[in-house]
Design a protein around this ligand. Structure first.
Ligand code: PHE
Length: 446
C-alpha cells in the first residue's frame, strides 16, 4: 500500500469499519467456536478475554501508533522510527516477519474460504434439507476427501481476493462492509434464537461461561493468546498499515475499544449460535476445524426458511472471510511491489499465485497428503500452529516492546491523550503486563 495510491481514511467511522472488516472473519465464526470446543469451554473463554483486554488492546494501539507515526509501510515505518530514536534499523524485521505471517495465514485461510463458498452453493441446492447429523457429517467428510472440490473452492476464493486487491477498491469495500457486517450480526442473532428453541441453550451457556479450571494448562493459554492475536489481525503489520492512513485527530484508545468490543461480541455470539446445536444433536465438541460446517447446516436443514437462511449465512461468512483475506494479501503485495520492478497488478498476481500454491499444499493435508507430517502436524495444522502460536505473538511482542520501551514515553503519552492516571495504567500494561504475559505463556508452553 504505497501512500500515493491510498488516501487517508475519510472518517473515523470508515477506519473502524475497515479495521473491523479485517478483524471480523473466519477467526470469529469458524475458529473461535471450535477452539472453545477443543479447549474445554469456559476456562478458555475467560483466558481469551483476559488476553484480549491485557495484551490485544495494547498491541493493537501500539501497531496503529507505529503506523501513524511512521507514515509508511510496516517494514519502513519500523526502520524509520527506530532510526529517529537512535536505534538500529534492524527493527524492520518486525515488519518483515509480519508480512511472512500474512502470507502463511492467507494460504490456509483461503482453503476455508473455499469451504464457505461450497457451503453457500450446497445450501441453495438443498443439500442440508432434512439431513441428520450423520448426513451432514458425510457431506463435510466427502468435501474434505475430494481434492478437486477443495482445489476449486480455494482457487475461486483466491481469484476473488486477487481481483479485489489488484484493483485496490478500498471505497467499494468500505461501503460493502457497512451493510454486510450488520447483516451478518443479525443472522447470527437469528441462529442464537434458533438455539434457544433446541432446549439446550442453558447447557451451551454453562459450557461457555461456567469455567472448569481443571481444563486449564499451558497449551490452552497459548492457544487463547494466539487466538487473541489472530482475531484482531495483530502481529502481521496489517494494523500498522491501516494506522498509516489514520488522521492525527483520531483517538487510538477509544477506537481500539470499539473494534475490540465488536470483534469479541461476534465471536461470543457465534459460540452461542453453535453450541446449543452441538448439544441438541449430541455432536462432538472437539470436532475441530469442521465444527461450524457440521453444526449449522443441521439447523438450516431442519428449520423453516432454512434454505434462505443457510444461503445468507454462508454468503455473509464468505464475505467476512473476503474482507479479512484482502487485508492479508495487501501487505504481501505491497512488499513485492516495493522490492521488485513489478506493477501493482503484476505484484498482486505474483503474491496471489504464491499464496495459492501454498494453499494447495494445505488442502491436500485433508486427503492425499494426510500422512505428510511436519514436526507431527499435517501441512494445514502446521501453518496454523506456526503462525497463531508463534509468529503472531512474537511479532506483536516486539511491536509493544518497541512502543513501550524504545519510543519516547512523553510523546506516546501525548499521542494517546492520557492524563496522569491513564499514563500510569498505560505504562504498567504496555511495559510489563502485556509483554510479560506473552513471554510467560511462551515459556510455560515449552
Ligand atoms: N482477523 C481475521 C479473522 O478473525 C483473520 C486475519 C488474521 C485477518 C490476520 C487479517 C490478518 O478471521
Amino acid at each position: 500500500m504505497s501512500k500515493l495510491s491510498h488516501a487517508q481514511w475519510s472518517s473515523r467511522l470508515t477506519f473502524i469499519l475497515a479495521a473491523t472488516g479485517s478483524a471480523v472473519g473466519l477467526g470469529n465464526i469458524w475458529k473461535f467456536p471450535y477452539m472453545v470446543g477443543d479447549s474445554g469451554g469456559a476456562a478458555f473463554v475467560l483466558v481469551y478475554l483476559l488476553c484480549i483486554a491485557l495484551v490485544g488492546l495494547p498491541v493493537l494501539v501500539a501497531e496503529w501508533l507505529i503506523g501513524r507515526r511512521g507514515q509508511n509501510n510496516p517494514a519502513n515505518a519500523m526502520s524509520d522510527l527506530a532510526k529517529s530514536v537512535g536505534q538500529p534499523r534492524i527493527w524492520m524485521i518486525v515488519g518483515i516477519s509480519g508480512i511472512l505471517g500474512a502470507f502463511l495465514i492467507l494460504s490456509f485461510y483461503s482453503v476455508i474460504g473455499g469451504w464457505s463458498l461450497y457451503y453457500t452453493l450446497s445450501s441453495v441446492t438443498g443439500a442440508f434439507s432434512g439431513q441428520d447429523a450423520d448426513g451432514i457429517g458425510a457431506l463435510f467428510n466427502g468435501m474434505l476427501g475430494n481434492p478437486g472440490l477443495l482445489l476449486l473452492g480455494h482457487s475461486v476464493f483466491m481469484l476473488l481476493v486477487i481481483g479485489i486487491v489488484a484493483r485496490g477498491v478500498t471505497k467499494g469495500l468500505e461501503g460493502a462492509v457497512r451493510t454486510l457486517m450488520p447483516a451478518l450480526g443479525v443472522l447470527l442473532l437469528v441462529l442464537v434464537g434458533y438455539g434457544m428453541t433446541t432446549g439446550h441453550f442453558g447447557e451451551a451457556l454453562g459450557f461457555m461461561f461456567n469455567p472448569d479450571f481443571g481444563a486449564l494448562n499451558g497449551g490452552v493459554v497459548l492457544a487463547a493468546m494466539g487466538q487473541a492475536f489472530f482475531t484482531l489481525s495483530l502481529g502481521m503489520g496489517i494494523m500498522m498499515a491501516y494506522g498509516s492512513y489514520l488522521g492525527k485527530e483520531v483517538n487510538l484508545l477509544k477506537t481500539a475499544r470499539t473494534v475490540i468490543i465488536l470483534d469479541t461480541v461476534v465471536a461470543l455470539v457465534a459460540g452461542l449460535a453453535i453450541f446449543p446445536i452441538v448439544f441438541a444433536n449430541g455432536l462432538d465438541l472437539d470436532s475441530g476445524p469442521g465444527l461450524i460446517f457440521v453444526t449449522l447446516p443441521l439447523a438450516f436443514g431442519n428449520m423453516g426458511g432454512g434454505v434462505i437462511l443457510g444461503l445468507m449465512f454462508f454468503l455473509l461468512l464468505t464475505f467476512a472471510a473476503l474482507t479479512s483475506a484482502i487485508s492479508l494479501l495487501e501487505p504481501v503485495v505491497e512488499f513485492v511491489e516495493e522490492r521488485t520492478p513489478l506493477s501493482r497488478v503484476g505484484s498482486t498476481l505474483v503474491a496471489g499465485v504464491a499464496t495459492w500454491v501454498l494453499g494447495v499444499a494445505a488442502l491436500l493435508a485433508f486427503n492425499v497428503w494426510s500422512d505428510v507430517l511436519i514436526l507431527g502436524f499435517n501441512v494445514f495444522d502446521f501453518l496454523d500452529v506456526l503462525t497463531s502460536k508463534y509468529l503472531l505473538p512474537l511479532t506483536g511482542l516486539m511491536a509493544i516492546i518497541f512502543v513501550a520501551w524504545v519510543l519516547d514515553r512523553e510523546g506516546v503519552r501525548q499521542e494517546l491523550g492520557l492524563g496522569d492516571t491513564g499514563a500510569k495504567v498505560w505504562t504498567l500494561v504496555s511495559r510489563f503486563i502485556a509483554p510479560l504475559g506473552v513471554i510467560v505463556v511462551f515459556i510455560s508452553s515449552l
